[in-house]
Ligand binder design. Structure first.
Ligand code: IMP
Length: 196
């Protein structure tokens, strides 16, 4: 990793996430090159995203010998009527019942409240320490699947900031401005800017 001082690795197998983060780096942190490392870090089942993220980051210590790197862990929380479900089970629920299954679950209820949360865990080489950044975005669950952009639960999440559109109906740039991941990443970018 010859150019490690001017590069940061985002460890993810999710190309949609990588593209979102790449766009933020291109806009706000031009002097650092973002690189994708698809290493599939170990995921534990835990009660909070923070615990999952911490473990994921630690599991990479023996696999990345040098350079700074980060991971991101996100969850979709339907606060009402599902008391935060699927939350830390988001990935499993998306794979099993998907967006249609979620809509069926909440169909009997007139109103919904939901949020996405993101935890970014960074191992920053010059300081040899782990740092955590968090972001959330509040909204509601759409009554139908709408839009074709983005990924995951984007077609059923309506952010409060743009109440007539789902995340899948807005551009990546618009999503980055208000999203959980955009907010967490902006903090990471500020952190790196101050230290390079
Ligand atoms: P992960 O564990 O962070 O990869 O995400 C957990 C689940 O939430 C996966 O099914 C993702 O597809 C979904 N997810 C994560 N971030 C987003 C997002 O920004 N929009 C929509 N779905 C997401």
């Amino acid at each position: 990793m010859e150019d490690r001082k001017s590069s940061v690795y985002f460890v993810t197998g999710n190309s949609h996430k990588f593209e979102e983060v790449q766009q933020l780096f291109d806009k706000e942190l031009k002097m650092i090159t973002l690189k994708q490392l698809d290493l599939n870090p170990l995921e534990i089942q835990a009660d909070t995203l923070q615990e999952v993220a911490k473990y994921k980051l630690e599991s990479l210590k023996n696999r990345i010998s040098e350079g700074s790197y980060f991971i991101e862990d996100a969850g979709f929380f339907i606060d009402s009527p599902l008391n935060g479900f699927p939350g830390v089970y988001s990935s499993y629920i998306f794979k099993t019942i998907g967006n249609e299954g979620i809509l069926n679950l909440i169909k009997p209820f007139e109103e919904s409240k939901a949020h996405f949360a993101s935890v970014v865990a960074l191992f920053f080489e010059p300081l040899d320490k782990a740092y955590f950044f968090e972001g959330i975005v509040n909204g509601t669950v759409s009554s139908e699947i709408k839009g074709s952009q983005g990924f995951g639960f984007d077609p059923i999440f309506v952010p409060n900031e743009i109440p007539d559109k789902t995340f899948a109906q807005i551009t990546r740039d618009q999503k980055n401005k208000i999203s959980h991941r955009g907010k967490a990443l902006k903090q990471l970018i500020e952190f790196i800017k101050k230290r390079t």
